[in-house]
Design a binder for this molecule. Structure first.
Ligand SMILES: [Zn+2]
Ligand SMILES: [Zn+2]
Length: 229
């Protein structure tokens, strides 16, 4: 197992399939300054305690957790959400088109059935419904960009940190399963939108961190090529 670690100034990888649980997505904790922490995705659920321990071992007090941004409704990203919200009072943010699955703990479209995980329903405090929504936490402005394709309500997160643009692109690699609500045309438009962000660092949903900017662009273009007609 790898350990939780800082991937760039104030951005920490605290969970993932080789860090906390085989079913987990990459879980990123952002130190926004001013005693404000933001979590991007929450793992599949069984790893909740380990994620809390990892944040603690890096010196963070999760009573400062102000927000949990859920990039989309798949269980590997949302399974721990209800516990974080209940125990730390953080605001849960997700796109309205993926809200139903998260709030109802739906089993099929979230992938909970396929993963064999009991999904705890989680209320969403802020439902996004715009192409882009900017929210400031601590000293950082988060741009939440609607990037449908992998799911109807997928979002990507862009934050400028100390002169570099960081993109939390999450499941750029897909898969695109129509039965789970994926849409290849929308995915392609969304990926072009992400390339236009010209990010310096990509924090991917499962496959690690990519930099500098030309590698980020190449990574996204590679999947655009894979998911073409
Ligand atoms: Zn995923
Ligand atoms: Zn996914």
């Amino acid at each position: 197992m790898n350990r939780a670690h800082e991937v760039y100034e104030g951005i920490y990888l605290i969970g993932g399939s080789d860090i906390t649980h085989s079913a987990d997505c990459s879980v990123y904790l952002v130190d926004c300054g001013k005693d404000t922490l933001v979590l991007i995705d929450s793992g599949a659920g069984p790893s909740y305690n380990l994620l809390v321990d990892n944040a603690g071992s890096l010196g963070f007090d999760l009573t400062n957790l102000k927000a949990l941004i859920l990039t989309h409704k798949h269980v590997d990203h949302i399974g721990g959400a209800a516990k974080f919200r209940k125990n730390y009072g953080c605001k849960v943010i997700a796109h309205e088109l993926d809200a139903k699955g998260i709030e109802e703990g739906e089993r099929f479209l979230t992938g909970a059935e396929a993963y064999g995980i009991i999904l705890e329903p989680c209320p969403i405090d802020i439902k996004l419904n715009q192409p882009e929504t900017r929210i400031t936490f601590g000293k950082l402005e988060f741009n939440l960009i609607w990037t449908p394709g992998h799911t109807p309500g997928s979002i990507s997160v862009v934050v400028d940190v100390k002169g570099k643009r960081v993109l939390f692109g999450q499941d750029i690699h897909g898969p695109l399963i129509p039965a789970w609500g994926a849409d290849i045309e929308k995915y392609r438009e969304s990926m072009k939108k992400l390339i236009n962000q010209k990010a310096d660092i990509l924090c991917e949903g499962h496959f690690g961190v990519y930099q500098p900017a030309d590698k980020v662009k190449k990574y996204i273009e590679g999947y655009l090529k894979q998911y073409s007609h």
